[in-house]
Design a protein around this ligand. Structure first.
Ligand code: ADP
Ligand code: ASP
Ligand code: MG
Length: 476
């Protein structure tokens, strides 16, 4: 049996029409004798709304929280009614009612105590994937696709770090074998929510924002899938975020290593942890567009064909803070850097970039609410300054290994921008630098223009860009 894990993101399941498209795509895979396992996100924007509801309740605004929940109830009921009919619809409506009662009780409780712990927050936001996956499974069943709903919390087992829980490989694999494999043997199509999981004790956890991609990869690894497909709202991994640069081109193939760097450094199209489980079992990952399913997408695999351009793609990570630790002559004294990193470790705060001079260490971290505490702890060691609203641009490509003169081209292309910190990762396939958030758009456009003006057609979808250009010319 050739298993294909198909993950559909929020926009791919945003309403009944999108769910119908999803079913068509899944049916197409089945027609090719593949055994699909479907992982879905919450319907678009639902996670944001659940977070807003929890926060309203925490402020004591019970009415505001319940109003959000009422809107969500309406949207899910309407979608269910557009897709399912008869007795299965009755059963589905009853189930949805129960879920919303549970959610409302939770929100009322939160509003009464006005306290929101990470554990309760996970429980509230988990509703998004719980609801979408059940509606889709029931719709698939009615449509003759043999959908079978699986509560992802019975399969994906994690530690108890709420909000960004870490999966436990062995337990997860055992549960997938126990709960999902038998359904595949019965020729059913298992449908589960991404992003949500549980501890071994059954407490609900989540894998971090955008975590449904990660679930897709975990399921792929656990079931030894032959491929993992990430269905989203763009044609694949592009040369940069198409929202930043209209000329972005689809990258036809990219290596695991390159994709992992891009995801880590902000390319939202993939959750940063997605690649590792695929690498461990050497499972190819495809990124595909659910609104344009016949487009070739991007293949992420162990190796990509040679590319004549130095870079494959440019990622951007915003909302970063630079922390400068200035320590006179102490810097190079034994144990000093360790003391600094211990502070970040204690606060479980990952550091993106580090650079040192004779007297100072500069580090960048995601802006977060623990920063004042981190700065207070660091100030016991040295003088500390921190500055938010920074962004990191990360240029990735295997072809920069050993090529001279690339850095000069990069900094020439953005010579008008004030660049703060520069680093070339040990992997030698990325070049990253920090700047003000406000400078990002212009910088990315200049870099894109310089490095992708003559794209290698074996790697980049040049034909699509040329076709789009012809269309624009024809219109004028
Ligand atoms: P989903 O809901 O399907 O998981 P996301 O919104 O998480 O989708 O990710 C898709 C979005 O990622 C795209 O709409 C695009 O704006 C953004 N993106 C950022 N960088 C890239 C890139 N290099 N290639 C493609 N998309 C990117
Ligand atoms: N629904 C979750 C989020 O919006 C997970 C995901 O969509 O991947 O972050
Ligand atoms: Mg996503």
């Amino acid at each position: 049996m050739k298993i294909v894990v198909m993950k559909f993101g929020g926009t791919s399941v945003e309403d009944a029409a999108a769910m119908r498209r999803t079913a068509e795509i899944v049916a197409g895979r089945r027609a090719k004798s593949l055994a699909p396992v479907v992982v879905v996100s919450a319907m678009a924007k639902v996670t944001d709304q659940l977070i807003a509801a929890a926060q309203a309740a925490e402020r004591g605004d019970g009415a505001g929280a319940l109003a959000i929940s009422a809107r969500l109830r309406h949207r899910h009921m309407e979608t269910a009614a557009a897709l399912v009919t008869g007795a299965p619809l009755q059963a589905l409506i009853e189930w949805l009612e129960q879920q919303f009662h549970g959610l409302e009780d939770l929100l009322r409780g939160l509003a009464a105590v006005q306290e929101l712990t990470p554990r309760t927050s996970d429980l509230v936001v988990s509703h998004g994937e719980r609801l979408s996956s059940r509606i889709i499974a029931d719709y698939f069943a009615q449509r003759g696709l043999d959908g079978a709903h699986v509560d992802a919390r019975t399969c994906i087992i994690t530690d108890a770090q709420h909000g960004r829980a870490v999966p436990l490989e062995l337990e997860t694999e055992q549960n997938l074998t126990r709960h999902v494999r038998p359904l595949l043997n019965q020729k059913k199509i298992p449908v589960m929510g991404g992003f949500i999981a549980a501890t071994a004790e059954g407490i609900t956890t989540t894998l971090g924002r955008g975590g449904s991609d990660f679930t897709g990869a975990l399921v792929g690894r656990g079931l030894d899938a032959s491929s993992i497909e990430i269905w989203t709202d763009v044609n694949g991994i592009m040369t940069t975020d198409p929202r930043l640069c209209a000329d972005a081109l689809r990258v036809k193939s990219i290596s695991f290593e390159e994709a992992a760097e891009l995801a880590y450094f902000g390319a939202k199209v993939l959750h940063p942890a997605t690649i590792l489980p695929a690498v461990q079992k050497n499972i190819p990952v495809w990124v595909l567009n659910s609104k344009n399913p016949d487009n070739g997408g991007t293949l992420i695999a162990a190796q990509a064909p040679h590319c004549r351009n130095p870079f494959k793609s440019i990622a951007v990570k915003r909302k970063l803070t630079i922390i400068d630790v200035v320590a006179g002559r102490m810097l190079m004294t034994h144990g000093y850097l360790r003391a600094i990193f211990e502070v970040f470790d204690r606060h479980k705060c990952p550091v993106d970039m580090v650079s040192t001079s004779e007297v100072s260490v500069s580090l960048t971290v995601d802006s977060n609410e623990r920063l004042p505490q981190i700065a207070a702890d660091l100030s016991k060691l040295a003088e500390v300054k921190y500055e938010g609203r920074k962004a990191l641009i990360c240029m990735v490509g295997e072809n920069i290994r050993g090529q001279a003169g690339i850095a000069a081209q990069v900094f020439n292309a953005i010579r008008h921008v004030n660049v703060r910190m520069i680093s070339q990762g040990a992997s030698e396939i990325n070049m990253s630098f920090m700047m003000e958030e406000g400078d990002v758009e212009e910088a990315v456009q200049s870099l894109h223009k310089h490095f992708f003006q003559d794209p290698d057609p074996t790697i980049f979808d040049v034909a699509a860009r040329d076709a789009a250009r012809h269309e624009t010319v024809a219109k004028h």
